[in-house]
Design a binder for this molecule. Structure first.
Ligand code: PMP
Length: 353
């Protein structure tokens, strides 16, 4: 490693994103993207912005988008923070709300970026082991004695969390911020956004990458009481006020307004998920009950890493994590029905051989 790097940088263990393949066209079920296109209204709004707005800086306070998000969730615009993808919103949240003197608790099997951020910010992560069935041990999070980050539903397991469990965690950690990452909430989970005005320590993080089919334009946001949002803005404006570009703002505004379109697409994904679960079970897979746009599956006879490589050879890309406790599982994004047919066909062939 370069001797020009400082010791801190050399110790970092950066996040490895899911592959965006360049060698050929795959049935791409590895990064939880939405298989359906964004709303046509989003495409029109982006084209209009291309035609006459690129010369100008974007609005640094994202007023129009924050207003639309606030209307949608029945909050005040001062309760909305917008970032360049929810990854950036999470990064700002870690910098704003957590400090090295107290731990920040998250699960051993969860979105791996949390650990990366905690290390980048020199925090003190407290890793809590999920139960054997991958449910969250609520009591362990209640005695976190520090900040808490929980995705609902969790990734990569897809398991949702009951609201009562989140309330218990919020009540037990009143002097610390509890971040609920709702990246996948619109595929069957129950949101805690209605609890925001009751809990000053609750920050909900959302993304337009999954439900809104807009992973390519990088927009995420956080919802919370005004004091938390003020903190996030203070940190953001200490880096770069213009984190959201004009095309992203235009597309995101149109997406938030066309919820009816997205609700239909999400419903299709849920139906496909349930069908795919049954088809995989018929092939001998055990599948964790999912409330998200992906499923987490393992096979008792054939190792997941072997299946992962065999699927890749057949042009189907899924996600495999070489990590303790889950190294016999694959995470499979729910695609279109036609893509799921190809997955099942390929699995049939692999398991037959
Ligand atoms: N949270 C979770 C749980 C995720 O799985 C992801 C996507 N990999 C993100 C946040 C980040 O999404 P984005 O930066 O695209 O908004």
């Amino acid at each position: 490693m370069s001797s020009y790097w400082n010791q801190f940088a050399q110790k970092l263990d950066p996040y490895v994103p899911g592959e965006q393949p360049k060698d050929k066209k795959y049935v791409k079920l590895n990064t939880n993207e939405n298989p359906y296109p964004p709303s046509p209204k989003v495409l029109t709004a982006i084209s209009e912005a291309v035609n006459d707005q690129l010369r100008l800086y974007p609005d640094p306070t994202c007023d129009a988008l924050r207003q639309k998000i606030a209307n949608h969730f029945e909050l005040d615009p001062d309760q909305v923070f917008v970032g360049n993808g929810s990854d950036e919103v999470l990064a700002f949240s870690f910098m704003t709300f957590f400090e090295a003197e107290k731990p920040v608790a998250f699960a051993d099997i969860t979105y791996s970026f949390y650990k990366v951020y905690a290390n980048l910010c020199s925090l003190n992560p407290k890793i809590i082991a999920l139960n054997d069935d991958f449910t969250i041990p609520t009591d362990a999070f209640c005695s976190a004695n520090g900040g808490v980050v929980i995705p609902n539903p969790n990734a990569p397991t897809g398991r949702g969390l009951p609201i009562e469990a989140i309330k218990k965690i919020l009540n037990a950690n009143k002097d610390q911020v509890v971040i609920v990452d709702e990246a996948y909430i619109d595929f069957g989970g129950t949101s805690v956004v209605p609890l925001i005005n009751e809990y000053p320590n609750l920050l909900v993080v959302r993304t337009l990458s999954k439900y809104s089919s807009l992973a390519g334009i990088r927009v995420g946001f956080a919802l919370g009481q005004k004091d938390l949002i003020r903190g996030l803005n203070t940190v953001k404006n200490s880096f770069n006020s213009y984190t959201i570009d004009r095309l992203a703002l235009a597309g995101a505004c149109a997406a938030i307004e066309d919820d009816a379109y997205y609700r239909d697409q999400a419903q299709k994904i849920i139906v496909t998920r349930e069908k795919t679960t049954k088809r995989l079970q018929a092939l001998g897979f055990s599948v964790i009950p999912s409330q998200s746009n992906f499923i987490f599956a393992s096979h008792s006879d054939v190792n997941a890493e072997v299946i992962f490589h065999a699927l890749r050879d057949q042009g189907v890309l899924v996600r495999y994590f070489k990590q303790p406790r889950i190294d016999n599982y694959m995470r499979i994004t729910i695609g279109t029905d036609a893509e799921m047919d190809k997955l099942v066909e390929a699995l049939n062939e692999i398991l037959d051989n």
